[in-house]
Design a protein around this ligand. Structure first.
Ligand SMILES: [Zn+2]
Length: 218
């Protein structure tokens, strides 16, 4: 808290509107870079969280159109995260069924995964799991325990369902003019974007789970 106060008084009113706008833009772009890092780790929940933060900022700045886009994208990432978790659960069930040579159960779970992949718009993964499911159904019919088809790996699944994250956004010229600056103020904006820890005031990155300084959840 103390550090936030200190920075605030230091910034004061000396800065021009353009400088503040530029700083805020850099802050938002830093948050976007963090979203990209989270995306590379397939951490869709984090991506959604950072997108909601950016949407909140853009809304505060009066750029409702960009705010809406980020909010919409955040919703999609949240949904992706939900479906991906569901697929991971089904994979675990299928894996356990495979260990027990319960090939009908493997096939059933693979068919569910196939449907979920289709919702994602990932046709090739959907088809792959459908084909595998058919193989396991054949296996169940034959009741053979040797030469069973190898259980499909999830390793490449998440990479095929990634969406594009922009590496930077440009604040609209009219945004800062219409509303001289964010009503939050620059330091509050950094906290809202997850670039400053709201517990200890240290500089952080919003793609982290915990603050490296105080250990609180971000
Ligand atoms: Zn902290």
């Amino acid at each position: 808290m103390e550090k936030i106060q200190l920075t605030k008084s230091k910034v004061g009113k000396a800065k021009t509107m353009d400088a503040e706008k530029k700083e805020l833009q850099e802050a938002i772009n830093r948050a976007l870079k963090a979203a990209n890092r989270a995306l590379k780790k397939n951490d869709f929940e984090k991506v959604a969280d950072i997108y909601y933060r950016i949407a909140y900022m853009m809304n505060d700045l009066g750029d409702l159109e960009t705010a809406r886009k980020f909010s919409e994208a955040a919703k999609q990432f949240k949904e992706k995260n939900r479906i991906l978790n569901e697929i991971n659960n089904l994979m675990a069930v299928a894996d356990a069924a495979y260990q027990n040579h319960d090939y009908i159960s493997v096939a059933e779970n693979y068919l569910k995964i196939s449907s979920l992949a289709e919702i994602f718009g990932d046709k090739s993964t959907s088809q792959r799991f459908k084909t595998e499911a058919e193989k396991f159904l054949e296996m169940a019919k034959l009741q053979l325990k040797t030469g069973a088809p190898k259980i499909t790996s999830m390793s490449n699944f998440a990479s095929s369902i990634q969406s594009q994250v922009p590496s930077s956004i440009q604040l609209q010229p009219g945004v800062a003019r219409g509303k001289s600056k964010s009503s939050l103020g620059y330091d509050e904006a950094l906290v809202a974007l997850g670039l400053i820890c709201r517990h200890c005031g240290k500089d952080i990155d919003p793609d982290l789970k915990k603050c490296p300084n105080c250990g609180n959840l971000i």
